[in-house]
Design a protein around this ligand. Structure first.
Ligand SMILES: *Cc1c(COP(=O)(O)O)cnc(C)c1O
Length: 367
């Protein structure tokens, strides 16, 4: 059996005819930037995410950068970030000129360890950026409590966890501003780049609307030095279509993940992902850990099973962050995760035969 890690061609097949109709609608409208499709999507996504506002932007990284900008985070400020994340979280902090202050994750949930945050807070700390990694909401309620106690703002990196919850409340609705991504491989994926900021703060929403559009409310009148980062009409039209199925598709992923959790229990030295108390995951990724990671990956490849490592090199070990002079022994938990993690296939439309085939292959490897 051949099971690719993620087959976007297959995923979008279900939508093909409707996507073509959306394309035709946009062509016929003759309007490609900041039109009705975007307005509609912003309304729809704000409703989905249970936030007062949604502002469509060019991509997930920009959503984080503009969120920090709108909250006046910049040079001289420190932002607490997880040491275990995709580098985009750190890059957003760097791009506004602030300093990243990494905090280690919990080894069981892979999300920021909230018990380690307070010791990193200094007089320069302005914000916390929890990342809802692999699709699981971080312990956002605890993060918010720490932020409120120390008068800090929170920007969630919610690129991966659309629809996940913490204590019954949606990821992407806790922070002062929260960024998400519609990169094609995300749970809500466009056919190109896209992103959004979600917030309940009207002032922040207004600032981001201005910032994403050249710093202008009225064409050719620029109040601030803004950016060009808008979710285009075509992507908004595609997303309006795909958003309708997001909850159904997330639920499909949860069923697949629960099968993995059941079948891979006590298999070899496989460590299964754990949900923090009160937190749920949309299982954007299903990440296991094993000391035999590379060997297992090769074995599965030989059985036709595609897997991916998220992520092989943590941000503190990247050349891009050499200026911080981190040492190889810094952030050992992030390093351990990078050295042992392996993401198994999870995608809507995956059959139980496929999941069973993968579980059997893993059991055979350890037998
Ligand atoms: C995908 C992703 C981003 C960035 O999103 P883009 O749309 O690719 O810019 C940021 N953070 C995390 C955790 C991501 O997975």
């Amino acid at each position: 059996m051949n099971i690719p890690f993620l087959d976007l061609k297959q995923l979008n097949k279900n939508y093909e005819q409707e996507l073509v109709l959306q394309l035709q609608n946009v062509i016929n409208s003759g309007w490609f930037i900041m039109g009705n499709e975007l307005v509609e999507f912003e309304k729809n996504y704000a409703t989905f995410n249970n936030t007062a506002h949604c502002i469509g932007v060019g991509n997930g990284l920009d959503a984080l950068i503009l969120s920090l900008k709108a909250l006046n985070i910049g040079a001289g400020d420190e932002v607490i970030v997880p040491s275990n994340t995709y580098i985009a979280s750190w890059l957003a902090v760097s791009y506004v000129g602030a300093t990243v202050v990494p905090v280690e994750p919990r080894l069981d949930t892979y999300n920021i360890d909230v018990t380690l945050i307070e010791e990193k807070i200094t007089s320069k700390t302005k914000a916390i950026m929890p990342v809802n990694l692999y699709g699981q909401a971080a312990e956002l309620e605890a993060v918010m409590a720490i932020a409120n106690k120390h008068n800090l703002v929170v920007v969630e990196d919610n690129a991966q966890a659309q629809g996940a919850t913490c204590k019954g409340k949606l990821a992407g609705s806790f922070g002062d501003a929260n960024g998400t991504s519609f990169y094609p491989g995300k749970n809500l994926g466009a056919l190109g780049d896209g992103g959004a900021v979600t917030t309940n703060n009207e002032d922040v929403a207004h600032k981001i609307r201005v910032l994403r559009n050249y710093g202008s409310q009225q064409k050719y009148y620029n109040e601030v030095k803004g950016y060009n980062s808008r979710l285009d009409e075509l992507q908004a039209a595609f997303l309006n279509l795909k958003l309708k199925n997001l909850t159904t598709e997330n639920n499909e992923r949860v069923v697949i993940a629960n099968t993995y959790l059941k079948q891979l229990k006590n298999v070899g030295d496989v460590v299964l992902p754990v949900l923090a108390q009160g937190c749920t995951s949309n299982y954007h990724l299903f990440v296991i850990r094993t000391s035999k990671r590379n060997e297992l990956q090769q074995y599965l490849q030989a059985q036709g099973i595609g897997t991916v490592i998220h992520y092989p090199v943590p941000p503190h070990k990247q050349a891009a962050y050499s200026e911080y002079n981190f040492t190889p022994t810094d952030f050992p938990i992030a390093s351990l995760i990078a050295d042992t993690c392996l993401s198994l296939p999870v995608f809507p439309g995956m059959t139980s035969q496929q999941v069973n085939y993968i579980c059997t292959a893993i059991k055979n490897y350890y037998a």
